[in-house]
Design a protein around this ligand. Structure first.
Ligand SMILES: Cc1cc2nc3c(=O)[nH]c(=O)nc-3n(C[C@H](O)[C@H](O)[C@H](O)COP(=O)(O)OP(=O)(O)OC[C@H]3O[C@@H](n4cnc5c(N)ncnc54)[C@H](O)[C@@H]3O)c2cc1C
Length: 308
């Protein structure tokens, strides 16, 4: 197998902890990978220390101040060694993976959920089927979060390479996320509400449980479309975010195929719905046929006593 390189997952110019999972994914191909950290200040690359990397390169460029697809792809292409590239599977990183693959004439495999030998598995048709691709050479692979246990140890020293990108767009305003709550795409536990919650005000009951167990709060598209107070950033599904938590709790969500597309690979799915025939129950590991008004208070009390 050729050399494997990880493009660090970045969040607000800092290395995101999920980069350690990407390093673990890269290590299934052999040696500890080189990690490239796109940054404006080399100090940001210190965040990749002790994540299992073989070596760390700070790719320093003004182009990395804000995400611009062509600027990032060209700046990274200039300093990234040839080989198989591993990126995260956030919408930004999937975009970047495709751009770099196109520049290098490599195959791209998006949203990988397993790597065994040269075989890479990823969902297709909105998660209705899985495909396994046998790599015949270097490729670009975006890896879904919460699939590989994070790597640790490894390099902490950073080499700095200056690079330049052809920035095609400029950011005139950067709007920070309004909520400081955990993002659904990053959380290990997600509790989501659907139209069955009846009102956006009732999401406080989901938030209370989320605070107890350290979960993120998500929503169905019907909830997002119906209520202005529920932002698109919370939407899980085909046109929202793909999540892969250990535990996904769906409350008042029917289980439409487009919602399932974003959460069906969760390790455990719990559904609370008053309709015993709701499709979500066909995909749930545990189902509670009840209104949320009945079920959530009991669930919250039980979880609080379990959490001490
Ligand atoms: C192109 C396209 C893309 C889409 N992308 C997405 C997407 O990304 N994400 C997404 O979620 N959807 C998406 N959809 C929409 C999807 O088809 C469904 O319309 C949507 O998921 C339904 O949301 P829901 O389950 O919250 O609402 P509903 O289908 O209205 O279901 C509400 C559920 O709540 C239950 N309920 C009602 N009252 C209570 C109560 N008191 N207690 C407990 N249960 C109760 C009902 O029994 C019902 O099952 C997309 C659709 C299209 C066409």
């Amino acid at each position: 197998m050729t050399q494997t390189i990880v493009i660090a997952e970045m969040n607000n110019n800092a290395v995101h902890p999920s980069t350690a999972e990407l390093i673990a994914a890269a290590m299934t191909f052999g040696d500890a990978p080189t990690v490239i950290v796109p940054c404006t200040e080399a100090a940001a690359a210190d965040g990749a220390a002790n994540m299992g990397a073989g070596s760390i390169i700070a790719a320093k460029s003004a182009a990395f101040a804000h995400y611009d697809a062509s600027g990032w792809a060209s700046a990274l292409d200039a300093v990234t060694p040839q080989g198989t590239l591993i990126t995260g599977a956030s919408s930004q990183s999937k975009d970047l993976a495709a751009r770099i693959a196109a520049r290098r004439g490599l195959a791209v495999i998006q949203d990988a959920v397993a790597i065994e030998g040269n075989n890479v598995t990823s969902p297709v048709y909105s998660g209705k089927a899985m495909q396994t691709v046998a790599l015949a050479g270097p490729a670009v692979i975006s890896v879904r979060s919460n699939v590989f246990p994070p790597a640790s140890g490894g390099a902490s020293e950073v080499n700095v390479l200056d690079t330049e990108g052809n920035v095609a767009t400029s950011v005139t305003e950067f709007m920070a996320r309004a909520s400081e709550r955990l993002d659904v795409g990053e959380a290990n536990i997600v509790i989501s509400g659907g139209r069955g919650m009846g009102s956006p005000d009732n999401f406080v009951h989901l938030e209370a449980i989320a605070d107890t167990i350290g979960a993120a709060v998500g929503a169905s598209r019907a909830a997002v479309d119906t209520w202005e107070a529920i932002p698109h950033a919370m939407q899980v599904g085909q046109t929202g975010k793909t999540v892969n938590p250990s535990l996904y709790i769906a409350v008042g969500i029917s289980g439409a195929i487009q919602h399932l597309a974003g959460m069906r690979s969760s390790k455990y799915i719990v559904a609370i719905n008053k309709d015993a025939d709701a499709p979500i129950f066909q995909h749930a590991d545990y189902g509670i046929v009840a209104t949320w008004e009945e079920a959530l208070p009991v669930l919250h009390t039980t979880l609080k006593s379990m959490m001490g």
